[in-house]
Each structure stands twice: as structure tokens, then as C-alpha cells.
Design a protein around this ligand. Structure first.
Ligand code: PEP
Ligand code: MN
Length: 307
């Protein structure tokens, strides 16, 4: 690695690649994040009801996801919007793990909630708004669970790596970095997806890097394109919002894919994964269940002829 990156990220040296450490892999249940398998984490923004969560878990699993996401504690920019089901949501997530076999990632917002969330979750998510909450990072590190650390919306790559360093310093090497878009002068999208940060993090850091195209885009029609860009940039996996009925979602419906949209996104990632020598997602869905039919020969969708 170029010497200047070492200087630039000197306060996060343990996150940086070295001759001794090329890549960290994070084992979670029966899967490994940062290894040879591309890991898609998918599910609703918020846990709402048992049936919403279960139908989503079953669908995303059969479409190739390996981890179920869902927020039980929601850090909302407005105090007047849904704040999450709390413990009840965590119990639903644990039940969904039992039924689907998927690992669970969910956000923890407060230091005092860490032991409770760690009891139910397989991976603790530290949200964008909490990336620099050092007492939360310390508590999450001590939980012994892997930590998915989202980049703050106003954070530089160096800031992100410093926060990751803080978790490593507190004895937890199982850190997964997540690019989820940053605030810029562009307002058409919810955030500006920093694909270059993915390429840079993959170049300089041994920690697994995943991408969240949903919070970056803010609009569901852009999510598949950002997912493809993330794969091309070298991400180890994705974190994607999926809802059975996005227009009725209690949070982030505009950026959530419905089941057919998720299936299409997953199918369209295959050639991009193949370019990196990665296997396609292991899918169980039948052709009929997989949204719109694909035309195998040319890899595009049939369109209705209109007269
Ligand atoms: C989320 O994953 O639902 C979330 C709140 O993300 P972020 O912290 O990136 O805004
Ligand atoms: Mn969300």
C-alpha cells in the first residue's frame, strides 16, 4: 500500500492492511463476512409486525440474502416519526432467525441497551448518527458481537476508520465497515453514494466493507444501480431495505424495494459478481416467484408489446 495512505490514516493503523494482516473475516453463525462469499443483508427498515418480518425474512432468504436486517430502535431525524418497537422488535427478530436460519443485524442506539440488543442480535449495527458516540462504540466492542459500523453522514473516511480503531482498541476485532452515503450539496438523492470510499477502504483496510445503497439513494428506483456500482467498487456485501408493501412501510418506504424489485436487483448483480470471480447468490425462488420473467438468452426482461 502507498506510504501516503499510512500517513493519512495514521490514527487508525490497526485498521490498515499490513504484511501480517491482509483481510479480516467475520464469522457469523454459519457464514463468513469478508471472505469468498458475497453477503447480502436485507429486510425492512423497521421491524413492524410478526407477519411483515416473517414474510420478508422468508422471501429474502429464498432470493439469496444471508442476513436479515430490521430496526427495533430507530434513530429518526424527526422526533415525530416511528421510533421502533424496542424489545418487542428484538424478540420478533430472534423468532425470525429461528424460523428462517438467517443471521440478524439490528441497530443499537444507546450504551445502556447494548447488553439487551446483543442478547438477540448476531451483529450490532452502529448507525450513521452514532458513528462518533465513543461510549456506545466502547460498549458495543465489549459486547463480543461483531459490529457493523456505518459511516456518519458528515464523516470522512478517516473519521470512519478512527471510529473503527476505537472498537479495535477496546478488544473487538470483528468490525464491518459500511458506506451509506454522505451529505453533499446534491439534494436530488437522500445522500451522495461515495463509491470511491468503498474502493479506497478495500485498498487500505483489512476490515470487511459493505454498502448500503438504500440510505444513499433514498429512492427505490436507484437502489439496484447503486448496488451494482458497489459490487464493481469491491464491496464484500450489501445492506438493503426490503418491505412487502413499501408504500405502507412505517419508515423509509420510499427507498425500500418490494419483493419483485429485490429479486430483480439480485439477479442483475450476477454478472457483476462473476466479473469479480464471485459466485452468484444461492437462490431458491422459482421462476414464477421471481417477479418479472427473464429472457435468459439476452439477460434482459421481456417487455409487453403495445400497439
Ligand atoms: C438504517 O439502517 O435503517 C439506518 C437508520 O441507517 P443510517 O444509520 O445509515 O441512517
Ligand atoms: Mn432505514
Amino acid at each position: 500500500m502507498c506510504e501516503s495512505w499510512h500517513e493519512r490514516f495514521a490514527e487508525a493503523t490497526d485498521c490498515l492492511k499490513s504484511a501480517r494482516r491482509r483481510q479480516t473475516v467475520v464469522p457469523v453463525l454459519d457464514l463468513v463476512i469478508g471472505g469468498d462469499e458475497f453477503i447480502t443483508m436485507a429486510g425492512p427498515c423497521s421491524v413492524e409486525t410478526e407477519s411483515q418480518l416473517m414474510t420478508t425474512a422468508n422471501h429474502v432468504r429464498r432470493a439469496g440474502a444471508r442476513v436479515l436486517r430490521g430496526g427495533a430502535f430507530k434513530p429518526r431525524s424527526s422526533p415525530y416519526t416511528f421510533q421502533g418497537l424496542g424489545l418487542e422488535g428484538l424478540k420478533m427478530l430472534a423468532h425470525a432467525r429461528e424460523e428462517s436460519g438467517l443471521a440478524i443485524v439490528t441497530e443499537v442506539m444507546s450504551e445502556s441497551d447494548v447488553p439487551m440488543v446483543a442478547e438477540y442480535a448476531d451483529i450490532l449495527q452502529i448507525g450513521s448518527r452514532s458513528m462518533e458516540n465513543y461510549s456506545l462504540l466502547e460498549a458495543a466492542a465489549h459486547s463480543g458481537r461483531p459490529v457493523l459500523l456505518k459511516r456518519g453522514m458528515m464523516a470522512t473516511v478517516a473519521d470512519l476508520l478512527r471510529s473503527a480503531q476505537c472498537i479495535l482498541d477496546h478488544g473487538n476485532p470483528q468490525v464491518i465497515l459500511c458506506e451509506r452515503g454522505i451529505r453533499t450539496f446534491e439534494t436530488a438523492m437522500r445522500n451522495t453514494f461515495d463509491a470511491a470510499a468503498i474502493a479506497l477502504l478495500k485498498q487500505v483496510s483489512h476490515l470487511p466493507v459493505i454498502a448500503d445503497p438504500s440510505h444513499a439513494a433514498g429512492h427505490r428506483d436507484l437502489v439496484p444501480a447503486l448496488a451494482r456500482i458497489a459490487v464493481a467498487a469491491g464491496t464484500d456485501g450489501l445492506l438493503v431495505e426490503v418491505h412487502p408493501n413499501p408504500d405502507k412501510a412505517w419508515s423509509d418506504g420510499e427507498q425500500s424495494l418490494d419483493f419483485a424489485g429485490f429479486d430483480e436487483m439480485m439477479a442483475d448483480l450476477d454478472p457483476y459478481l462473476a466479473l469479480r470471480g464471485l459466485a452468484s447468490h444461492d437462490r431458491e425462488l422459482s421462476q414464477r416467484e421471481r417477479g418479472r420473467p427473464r429472457c435468459e438468452a439476452v439477460g434482459s426482461y421481456y417487455t409487453e408489446a403495445v400497439g
